[in-house]
Design a protein around this ligand. Structure first.
Ligand code: KG4
Ligand code: ZN
Length: 335
């Protein structure tokens, strides 16, 4: 039995998890900066990195003590290395490398999006091939998973991400930041028949687009001066359009690739309407991580690290550079 620590600092969550080699989460401690960034209406990168710097060591300490482990018990450090905010990633990577050097622990750089995919494996056993939708504040990607190592990118969004559509929609509706959870909450009291927001029908089979939807919400609000009287219904219809779009592409991909499981990851996978409708459509083939593993967290990074360590146990080089952009693992030929 060995132990890995997952460290996530790519955006506004400082999160650290200790996981054993049986994929059991011994701790998953998260300091969320949402309350700090709320007043700015979005994440301010410089403020985010300063808070990571303040919190990273206390969060590592609390994660170790919750897991009833010492740093000497950790065999591998796994740290998010892109995509993300560069000055935030640097805090996690520099801290991991320093601890690695002092304690002689190998450090593995982990792609944040692969981490989101891996979150689905923490509590579930997955059959292959399977399709995974990663829908977060920065990305909306579909992947074909051949096994627990090969994740092939099928499609992504041409403009806004699904989480961004929720957040920008919430801003127009004056619901504060981040908006996804608030739109989700109000929608439960609204009707999805009140108004029909457009879902783009892109030529490509699997690509997403959300910027037109946000614009149509803005026009709706400008035209209908009493929109606040119907905030629950408007939220519900706006959410319905996002969920429709996500699911229609996911269904197509699941059919095309004869998917045995359909996985949902990223912050938007917390959405209750997406969860309910996906379970109606895909029944027990639909896999959703519990909410704490959907939004950014250290456990998903530890899980992805574990999948890599199972293939390669030694010879890690701790001298890797920090990457802020997405490194796509591979692209499928869809013709
Ligand atoms: O994965 P995540 O924590 O961070 C990124 O990697 O971006 O995702 C954050 C996104 C935000 O846009 C937030 O509004 C959205 O996830 N989100 C939700 C819900 N909870 C979080 N969107 C819809 N419904 C929710 N319940
Ligand atoms: Zn994320």
């Amino acid at each position: 039995m060995y132990h890995v620590m997952g460290i996530e600092t790519s955006c506004d969550e400082t999160s650290v998890s200790v996981m054993n080699s049986n994929s059991e989460v011994l701790s998953n401690s998260t300091f969320s900066q949402i309350d700090i960034h709320k007043k700015y209406g979005g994440v301010v990168p410089e403020i985010a990195s300063k808070n990571h710097l303040k919190k990273i060591l206390p969060v590592i300490d609390s994660s170790l003590s919750e897991a009833k482990k010492n740093i000497e018990d950790i065999d591998y450090l796994c740290v998010t290395n892109g995509p993300g905010l560069i000055n935030c990633l640097m805090i996690g990577v520099a801290t991991s490398k320093s601890i690695g050097l002092l304690q002689n622990i190998p450090v593995l750089p982990i792609n944040h999006l692969e981490g989101h995919i891996a979150s689905c494996f923490i509590e579930n056993s997955i059959s292959f091939p399977s399709i995974c939708l990663v829908a977060s504040g920065g990305h909306t990607n579909l992947y074909l998973l051949e096994n627990e190592n090969n994740f092939n990118l099928i499609s992504s969004t041409r403009d806004d991400a699904a989480g961004e559509a929720f957040d920008k929609g919430a801003k127009i509706l004056e619901l504060g930041y981040p908006g996804g959870i608030e739109i989700d909450r109000l929608s439960k009291r609204g009707s999805n028949k009140f108004h029909s927001f457009p879902i783009p029908n892109l030529e490509s089979d699997f690509d997403f687009s959300f910027s037109g939807l946000k614009t149509s919400l803005r026009y709706y609000v400008e035209k209908n001066k009493n929109w606040k009287d119907n905030i629950n219904d408007i939220s519900c219809c706006y959410q319905e359009a996002i969920v429709d779009s996500l699911l229609s592409k996911t269904v197509k991909a699941a059919d095309k690739f004869k998917s045995k499981n359909i996985l949902f990851a990223g912050g938007v996978a917390c959405n209750s309407r997406l969860r309910d409708r996906a379970k109606e459509i895909f029944k027990n083939k639909a896999i959703f991580p519990s909410n704490q593993f959907c939004t950014d967290n250290g456990a998903m990074i530890a899980m992805r690290g574990l999948q890599k360590i199972k293939i390669k146990k030694t010879d890690y080089d701790n001298s890797f550079p920090v990457f802020s952009s997405t490194k796509i693992t591979s692209n499928l030929n869809l013709d």
